[in-house]
Ligand binder design. Sequence first.
Ligand code: IVH
Length: 674
Amino acid sequence: MLNDININTKIAKLRQLIEKHDNAYHVLDAPLIPDGDYDKLYQELLALEQRYPEYITPDSPTQRVAPKPISAFLTHTHTQPMLSLSNAFSEAEISQFDKRIRQLLTLSETENLSYACEPKFDGLAVSLHYEKGILVKGATRGDGWVGEDITHNLKTISSIPLKLQAKSPQDIPENLEIRGEVYMPIQGFEALNQHCLKNNEKLFANPRNAAAGSLRQLDPRITAKRPLAFYAYGCTSHFGLNTHMDLLAKLNTFGIRLCALSQEVINTQGILAYYQDLLTKRPSLPYQIDGMVVKINHFDFQKKLGFVAKAPRFAIAYKFPAEEAETQLESVDFQVGRTGVLTPVARLKPVYVGGVTVSNATLHNIDEIHRKDIYVHDWVIVRRAGDVIPEVVGPSLNRPRPKNAQKIVFPTLCPVCGSDIKQAKNEVAMRCMSGLYCKAQLIEAIKHYVSRKAMNIDGLGEKWVIQLIESGLIKHIHDLYDLTQDNLLKLDRMAEKSAQNLVDAIENSKKTTLGKFIYALGIREIGEVAAFTLSKHFKNLDNLMLATEAELVAIPDIGPVAASHLIRFFQDKPNQNMIEKIIQAGVFWESIQELPQSLYLPLLGKTYVITGTLSQSREEIKEKLAALGAKIASAVSAKTTAVIAGDAPGSKIQKAEKLGVAILGQAELDKLLM
Ligand code: IVH
């Protein structure tokens, strides 16, 4: 039996160890042990605390989530106001900011001025209060002077330490007030919305709203389930240090989580370079930011500059172009893609968003339109983040639906070729079913066929492809090979030299690889990698064209859907004709190590009959034998290679014996299939 002192020491040691691993995982982003080992430590502590509840302390790692809701939010008056920042939107405004500071500090234009630059996190400002190193209180910003006490919720956030770290206890300050941002990482936000969608709950508009909603809970057990994180960006005491960057480094020694992108820069040029760099990093960051924050690095300068109204003079937020904007949806068109899928495209009143003017955006598909409840003429939110295609997020919640709003109706006929539109079972997509007879699909198919990773025909851009099809010079992919300099010259703006270059490019592209050719055919679900795998597996085109579904799905990475598309594609007579014409035109590839057919179809020409019960199902055996080239017959004849007999065979055995046909047992079958 452990005595009191021993229990207490053991519990204290466990807590210390867990705190160390919490810090490594959540603050330093460098876990020291596998999750399973951590869980064991945690469970051990939990078990000890359950057995000896008298030793539970509020800062124990097990006490992050209180077991019951609070009854109401208490207010918290800030020790120093939590200010906001003035905004800048252009280089000129940053230059003005720098100039004004130099004037106020009586610094010349040529003197170097040190700035601390940080991302502007798109979350909520909070203050954290540590007494003797223990987190005792946490509050929202509120109106800047008075916020709400949300200690119960902040304690659930793993990247906020319940206890400060230090080499020795003397290093822990009596009081410490940390300021920073609580945010929801993008991945966690998406998972949360997926969960809401499944449970028919209202979705959150963005990670910031989700973080705000999560902190506004009375029940910390709800907050604990939300993926929140914290970054510190300041502190109300300066520890006698000279600069903001030094202060951040100091906070880090207490185990406070900081963003690694904080950086000291010199002068306006440094700020502008940091901005550009951050802008390129933005799309790949795991959290949302809406700009950068620039702070004068030296505290003595900060003090001299002071404040205006609610914002400091020594800092400014340099905002990124907004990624979302409001505009009106004027109409909806339907674009036909390479595989016939109709994509609704929003035609918008032009709007500046994400740094460019956007007038078209994708509406994805019919389900999305219904789910988002978008009508023509609606005021909508348009989003363009990084280089991604702009999309309509949904109707604007700020304005009522206009009177002339109309429901979006999906066409029943292809807007390009007029043939039927169908929706396949289990598919959201609506498709034009007329394949390459549809001009839109032919254009896309040829664009794909000539593209770099496919047949790599240089100089045949979209503009020419459209003209070739519109002029009737090309009706099928293989017509490409009948193009001559003379008939190319009939195209608008085609010069003699370019026509010759194009003819040469087509000629030069004829030598290819089997993988590229398979990819060029544009078979649904067959991307570059699958095409390469197929080429390696089948070695020549005939084998692939004759492959059965069973053979195809046996290949790693080829699933049943891809297999059925392959079968359908190669069984189609016009496709067979096209391939023949292309090869006749001289397209060729070096054979991939020509193996004698007998090596990959060793049972070609053999016929088996199966009887009795074997270790595998009859269907399975049939498929496997077929994959090796054998035929399976139901009756024994003189042509039968062998009868495969399991337990309790039928009369087929006698027939085989009579005809002198070989009889194989389970062991022989296994050898055949090896
Ligand atoms: S410093 C006196 N640094 O921006 C300045 N704020 O508009 C205090 N914010 O309420 C703020 N990232 O929520 C600072 N790196 C950062 C920030 C940041 C985001 C937010 C914060 C504040 C708002 C001010």
